[in-house]
Design a protein around this ligand. Structure first.
Ligand SMILES: [Zn+2]
Length: 688
């Protein structure tokens, strides 16, 4: 197979203003982890890098809103994120954070190098300024209309609708996110990375060099930006949260978060190397290292244009070999949203599905948004588990282990002569490492996982066709051969499942008793070794790898989402603005009394109207009320209600209505009474 190589694998630094959800996992961390685990298994020199992105405007806004410091915000979420990654089995070699000292130093130095080389343009320009907040507005501090697609909720650094990278001053009708004020323009000095100067290099490197090996969605986005023409981009900000600008005139300014964040990959590598007693430089500066960035599609511009331009300008770094960005994952047909709580949060999943990390990994990879946006549904999650992991993979392993224990006390039996089916099955088995490798190396993780499941299918079908539980009654020698072949497939599954289902792989290796002995099979050996599980080897007891997920479990998750949806609808219902102020005298003109509905009937040929007889304490009068879509006549008879009794009478469909019943609306949009709700309150009482 391939010669060992050195790989630096990075995964997008999660932003520390909330926990990880399935969109992050499917788009970035699960594919990156499959890739890293696979490369380690095939004997490569791999560093898999992660870390928290802790600077930038949204964190300062969140801190302000919660009345805490930005450091409090990042400490809280860094801890949550790091721990959930560990529990989920994302096998980072190092998980760092951009508030770490080593990162501040690395980013600072990087900036100074570019500054010293004259790679920046220093310019005093007019920037948006919020007079009320006394602050310059950039990035997420300002919203407005995207000049490219017309999205009215574009941010000062990017339009999330069309993906265009923006400067705050590009926005049409800008508005401060802090005060809602219309900003003014004020002069300030900043440093700009002249992307236009790097256009020729970017064009040659990506558009000519990577046309074939980069994913079409990534290549297409990059091409459209370059074809649109690149412009200088400010890499500093007037802010107090971040990495101070380390050059004269930089006081009170920090590095732009998108300048410092990707340098976080480098500082995290340094941190790892220091801990492991290694040299970090070959992982970033040696031409035989493959640098691969795993990201979501919203980060393409930063990883394919801005960061490479920075690395190229610095001069001593390698450029990414590939940036296999994914599209977005939706949830039950709707866009994932942190603010709307429309998500499956990793910490909650880990709590509610203990020891079922692999089920989520499997479902997310099976539905990975590799070439287009895709949808996660809980029904699909259940079906993937019950119909594939349980019914195929789990069923096969369970039968093999149970029967081996039953027939041979757990000892791998010696085979007799192989039948044609045996030969074909063993030959097919040997082809899998190459097939799965080929898909992984082309970043086709769904396809790779499908092939892994095909190997389990092969085993499951082999046992179902050969029926050792029947053959044992008539031909003991043949049964030994069947079980021997099945055990070889089980052993191959233990090895080849590791990148996709690491917890299952570990458990299966323990069941097969191949964890620490000479019988452990490497990825490549699945093809090359004649015997994977040798005759006479003792395996362990059967243990279920997967268990069925019941309908109630899925319904519980769907109910949670439904509750989020309802809460949002209630929160989003536009509250009407207050009416002009009235005097107390105005108020006292309203004569409101408690009354009881005595009779009710539908107004003929009017869908909305009920004709009511109401005891107001003064009299019994007729009131026509538009509540027929919310109540039947039977429901309202006997109800205590609030009545405006001195409203001028008016005729509705020929019936004179002598007053008005006060109503309001429930969160579900149903009319409800403004109700004294106490039978002891006498009719005719004033409401005041
Ligand atoms: Zn746009």
């Amino acid at each position: 197979m391939n010669k060992p190589k050195r790989y630096t694998i990075t995964s997008a630094l999660p932003y520390t203003n909330g926990p990880i959800h399935i969109g992050h996992l499917a788009g970035v961390y699960v594919p990156a982890d499959i890739y890293a685990r696979y490369l380690r298994l095939t004997g490569n020199d791999v560093v898999f890098i992660g870390g928290s992105d802790e600077h930038g405007v949204p964190i300062t806004i969140k801190a302000k809103n919660e009345g805490v410091t930005p450091q409090d915000v990042v400490d809280k979420y860094h801890t949550i994120i790091k721990q959930s990654f560990e529990e989920f089995g994302i096998s980072f070699d190092n998980y760092s954070r951009t508030s770490a000292k080593i990162h501040h130093e690395t980013a600072s130095e990087f900036f100074k190098t570019l500054y010293d080389k004259g790679d920046f343009i220093e310019e005093t320009t007019e920037q948006l300024y919020d007079e009320k907040a006394n602050q310059f507005l950039a990035d997420r501090f300002v919203t407005g209309t995207c000049p490219k697609c017309g999205n009215e909720e574009a941010y000062g650094d990017q339009c999330e609708k069309c993906g265009t990278s923006l400067n705050a001053t590009d926005l049409i009708n800008p508005k401060s996110a802090l005060t809602g004020n219309v900003p003014t323009l004020k002069e300030t000095k900043h440093w700009f990375l002249p992307l236009d100067k790097h256009e020729a290099f970017l064009r040659e490197w990506i558009l000519e060099g990577h046309k074939k090996d980069w994913k079409p969605n990534v290549y297409g986005q990059v091409k459209s930006w370059i074809d649109d023409g690149l412009r200088p981009r400010a890499v500093t900000r007037d802010l107090d949260w971040g990495i101070p600008v380390p050059v004269p005139g930089g006081e009170g300014k920090v590095l732009y978060v998108w300048f410092d964040a990707p340098i976080g990959y480098i500082s995290s590598t340094k941190e790892w190397a220091q801990r492991e007693g290694k040299d970090w430089e070959p992982y970033w500066k040696s031409n035989d290292t493959k640098l691969v960035h795993f990201i979501g599609k919203d980060n393409i511009v930063f990883h394919c244009i801005i960061f490479p331009a920075m690395l190229k300008a610095e001069g001593s770094y390698i450029l990414p070999e590939n940036v296999p960005a994914n599209e977005f994952l939706n949830l039950e047909g709707n866009k994932l949203s942190t603010s709307k709580n429309w998500a499956v949060w990793l910490p909650e999943y880990l709590k509610e599905f203990p020891n079922q990390q692999d089920v989520l990994r499997y479902a997310l990879t099976a539905n990975a948004p590799e070439t287009k946006d895709n949808d996660f549904t809980w029904k699909d999650f259940q079906a993937r588990n019950n119909n594939e992991l349980v019914a195929i993979f789990g069923n096969f392993i369970n039968r093999v282990v149970v029967l081996t224990n039953k027939y041979y006390n757990g000892i791998v039996p010696a085979p007799g002569a192989f039948s044609q089916v045996d030969e074909e099955t063993l030959a097919a088995l040997k082809a899998y490492p190459e097939v799965i490798s080929s898909s992984i190396e082309r970043y086709r993780f769904r396809e790779a996982q499908t092939e892994l499941m095909n190997l389990a299918r092969l085993g499951n079908k082999y046992l179902a066709d050969e029926e050792p539980w029947k053959v044992i009654k008539v031909d003991e020698a043949r049964t030994q051969t069947i079980m021997y072949v099945a055990l070889q497939i089980a052993s191959a599954l233990a090895t080849l499942s590791e990148p996709f289902l690491p917890f299952t792989s570990t458990k299966l290796k323990s069941i097969l008793n191949v964890t620490s002995s000479a019988v452990e099979t490497s990825w490549n050996e699945v093809s090359t070794k004649d015997v994977l599980l040798p005759v006479g080897h003792q395996i362990g007891e059967a243990e279920l790898l997967f268990s069925k997920i019941e309908d109630e479990t899925i319904q519980f998750q769907l109910d949670k989402l439904e509750a989020s949806k309802k809460a949002n609808e209630a929160a989003n219902k536009a509250v009407e603005p207050q009416k002009p102020t009235i005097t107390f005298d105005d108020f006292t003109k309203l004569d409101m009394r408690v009354g009881t509905i005595l009779e009710a009937e539908k107004m003929p040929k009017a869908k909305k109207l009920l004709v009511l007889k109401v005891d107001t304490g003064l009299d019994v009068r007729t009131i026509v009320s538009g509540i027929a879509e919310s109540f039947t006549p039977e429901e309202v008879v006997g109800k205590k209600v609030t009545v405006l009794v001195n409203l001028a009478p008016r005729a509705l469909r020929g019936v004179e209505s002598q007053g008005m019943i006060l109503m309001t609306e429930s969160t579900e949009g149903k009319l409800v009474f403004v109700n004294p709700d106490d039978a002891n309150v006498p009719n005719g009482l004033h409401i005041s």
